[in-house]
Design a protein around this ligand. Structure first.
Ligand SMILES: Cc1cc2nc3c(=O)[nH]c(=O)nc-3n(C[C@H](O)[C@H](O)[C@H](O)COP(=O)(O)OP(=O)(O)OC[C@H]3O[C@@H](n4cnc5c(N)ncnc54)[C@H](O)[C@@H]3O)c2cc1C
Length: 311
């Protein structure tokens, strides 16, 4: 089939690659490409965060985990490494359902939990260095025969191809009149210091993380729902640093070298479904919130299954 993927973030590029692998012809049309997408700003660690429905997100997440773990072992140029992280919680909760299915998962001992927290777990997960991963995804698609066109789509029914794959993220608010898609603003900082293991508190209201990359560690975060500002705010830096220092007291502020801001495409539930619009077949795949990288390959598999079901 001739497939047109709209959007060149992690969702669009992962779908393009899976479709090419299944023998389809693919063009990616997007108004922005790497390094100017939200995906380029992602921190990014594998962790199902701010993503629903939870049962599907867990499945998509585990499929993606396997693929990213394979890249970490076999494809160094993709920029994926496996790192240990510790999640801390302010109350005792059920263990995540994916816990038993990923590497090196264990409940923390009480002397491993910082003040203010009562529970937690350690896990091993892929860290995805988006400044390396996004160009790698694009060049992989290109090598497989994908074509790219820069354009802003205003009407899905006018897009060429036998089937359209809609991966526009926050752009769905305008393109699909979908007011359920809202930004969850995220600000991050970069520091030239390695915390050893990553430290996390990934409750939406207290969101804190340290994600060690090969060159810098990413510090976060914020999840300001409905906030469209891309301006870097000093008051958010102060908030992030005070939260991170509670988990990582050795942080050295003199080693901070910059930061970034991005708008997560948040939605009550990820929209992954087939729709017929004026006789055109459209597979929607947007609204991945804070887990678009974490779910990317699992969602791409489901997009291909929906398309193969049409034939
Ligand atoms: C600070 C921060 C930290 C994050 N950390 C993580 C993390 O650790 N792990 C994780 O899994 N996720 C993380 N995320 C979330 C992740 O970045 C998103 O879920 C993911 O990038 C969404 O990818 P996407 O491809 O769906 O959307 P996007 O990356 O936004 O891509 C959308 C694409 O569609 C294009 N487009 C939009 N409208 C149109 C139109 N009308 N016509 C043509 N093209 C259009 C855009 O130009 C763009 O190319 C983080 C996000 C932020 C901001």
């Amino acid at each position: 089939m001739r497939c047109t993927v709209i959007g060149a973030g992690v969702s669009g590029l992962s779908c393009a690659i899976r479709l090419l692998e299944s023998g389809h012809q693919v063009e990616v049309v997007s108004d922005k490409f790497s390094p100017d997408t939200v995906s380029d700003v992602a921190a990014a660690i594998w962790y199902p965060f701010l993503a629903a429905p939870v049962d599907k997100a867990d499945r998509w997440g585990l499929e993606t985990y396997s693929e990213l773990e394979r890249f970490a072992k076999e494809v160094p140029e993709a920029g994926v490494t496996m790192r240990d992280g510790r999640e801390y919680l302010r109350q005792v909760v059920d263990l995540p359902t994916w816990g038993s299915k990923i590497a090196a998962f264990r409940v923390l001992e009480s002397d491993e939990i910082p003040n203010g927290y009562v529970f937690g777990w350690e896990f091993r997960a892929p860290v995805i260095e988006m400044p390396l991963y996004m160009p790698w995804l694009k060049s992989k698609a290109e090598r497989m025969g994908c074509t790219f066109r820069q354009d802003k789509i205003g009407d899905l029914s006018e897009v060429p191809g036998d089937v359209i794959v809609n991966c526009v993220g926050l752009g769905a608010r305008e393109l699909c009149d979908d007011e359920e898609v809202i930004p969850a603003r995220g600000q991050i900082l970069f520091i030239e210091q390695d915390p050893g293991v990553g430290h996390f508190d990934q409750q939406p209201e207290t969101l804190t993380y340290t994600i060690p990359r090969s060159d810098v560690t990413v510090l976060g975060g914020t999840a300001q729902v409905g906030d469209w500002s891309l301006e870097h705010r000093p008051e958010d830096d102060d908030l992030i640093l005070s939260k991170v220092e509670a988990l990582w007291p050795d942080l050295d502020r003199s080693k901070i070298i910059g930061g970034n801001v991005g708008l997560r495409p948040s939605r009550s539930e990820i929209r992954l479904e087939l729709e017929e619009i004026e006789g055109r077949l459209v597979v929607h795949n947007y609204g991945h919130g804070g887990a678009g990288v974490t779910l990317s390959w699992g969602c791409a598999e489901d997009v291909v299954s929906l398309i193969e079901g049409i034939q």
